[in-house]
Design a protein around this ligand. Structure first.
Ligand code: UDP
Length: 363
């Protein structure tokens, strides 16, 4: 049996197609939600909208410092593995649940599969980078989304036979749900015509935890908002650290985090997206929507070379200039294997792996 793990918002979107494909093929799985994200807007709505089954176990770890949260996941997930004895633990992305659950499995000598392996920002000040690097080095099956991931892993000495270039399961979810998302016309609720507004998300510690940087971003939003309406679904950690900074900016509509369908529909018809999210850089590339990523680096370089993404320093003048001089979307390419079938390729590899394990135990 395969133990599939989710913990936080981006995990739900990456894992849903894989969980459903395992189910469709009748492969036994034990589905765990660590509860890293836990409320209606950051968790429950995604289960409903992505048609995910209810988790078999909910660990309820909640929020806390990195150490507290990671420690709670380690303890709770070890008990799950000891009880369920899965043949394989499958994690996704770069959140604390990803690293903690991989570590538990590796110490119990349970093989680990990592979805979205090999991405590197080469910036160890990002907690996500630590989670990615460590998870990859204890994983046995590494599923990559873009060629840079294969190169990074090989350069770090990972055995090539462990690396499987399968494409991007987050884009599987996009393909499955885009028509439904557009049919909801979420822009109408904001009283803006399609193509005439920007969508904003910021939640990286480097942008929202440092008051001077956050003020710089808020200035940029107010200046852009004076000519183009901005819709900003605010992440809980951004709100918690903001001291009211993002409220009452001219032309900026601040809302609670949106469900996947409304967010996807809104993003698909945006004039541009302004973000520091990882996944949104990929979704905008798949949608052909200009993306201004307010960061010094990206672990997803294919969105720069093939897609619609550009990096902009967290400085008001630079951000405003980028929003005023949007590149034409005409020239972008869809990266290889971002075709809506990544989950099928992942489950093909898992089936072969399960068969090889069965052969080994017979011989
Ligand atoms: N997203 C959403 N509602 C929102 C903001 C984002 O459904 O209000 C989705 C978005 O489409 C993407 C994912 O959440 O699929 C990205 O998650 P996030 O930016 O929190 O994490 P990151 O990708 O940076 O790890």
């Amino acid at each position: 049996m395969i133990c599939t793990v989710v913990g936080a918002r981006p995990n739900f979107i990456k894992m849903a197609p894989i969980i459903l494909e395992l189910k469709r093929r009748g492969i036994p799985q034990f589905f765990v939600h660590t509860g890293q994200h836990y409320d209606a807007k950051m968790s429950t709505i995604f289960f409903d909208e992505l048609n995910m089954p209810q988790p078999d176990d909910y660990l309820g770890v909640g929020s806390g410092s990195h150490a507290e949260q990671t420690a709670r996941i380690l303890t709770a997930f070890e008990a799950v593995c000891v009880m369920q004895q899965p043949q394989l633990v499958m994690v996704a992305g770069d959140v604390n649940s990803t690293l903690a659950c991989s570590l538990v499995a590796a110490k119990l000598q349970i093989p680990v599969a990592h979805v979205e392996s090999g991405l590197r920002s080469f910036d160890r000040t990002m907690p996500e980078e630590i989670n990615r690097v460590l998870t990859d080095h204890i994983a046995d099956l590494l599923f990559t989304t873009e060629a840079s991931g294969n190169e990074n892993l090989r350069w770090e000495g990972i055995a090539p036979e462990k690396i499987h270039f399968v494409g991007n399961s987050m884009i599987d979810s996009l393909h499955t749900h885009l028509d439904k998302a557009l049919a909801r016309t979420p822009w109408i609720a904001f009283d803006v015509p399609p193509g005439a507004y920007g969508v904003v998300t910021f939640h990286r510690p480097s942008n929202v935890d440092d008051p001077a940087t956050a003020r710089e971003l808020a200035h940029a939003l107010a200046r852009i908002g004076s000519t183009t309406r901005l819709i900003f679904p605010i992440h809980p950690r951004t709100k918690a650290n903001s001291d009211g900074l993002w409220e009452s900016l001219e032309g900026v509509t601040l809302v609670e985090p949106l469900g996947y369908l409304d967010f996807l529909g809104l993003m698909a018809k945006a004039k541009f997206v302004l973000t520091d999210s990882g996944g949104i850089q990929e979704e905008t590339t798949a949608l052909g929507v200009p993306c201004i990523t307010v960061r010094h680096n990206t672990e997803r370089p294919i969105t720069l070379t093939e897609g619609t993404n550009q990096l902009v320093a967290p400085q008001a003048d630079a951000i405003v200039r980028a929003a005023q001089q949007l590149p034409s979307g005409a020239e972008h390419n869809i990266p290889p294997l971002w075709d809506g079938h990544a989950a099928q390729r992942i489950v093909d590899v898992l089936q072969q792996w399960l068969a090889s394990q069965a052969d080994e135990s017979r011989s």
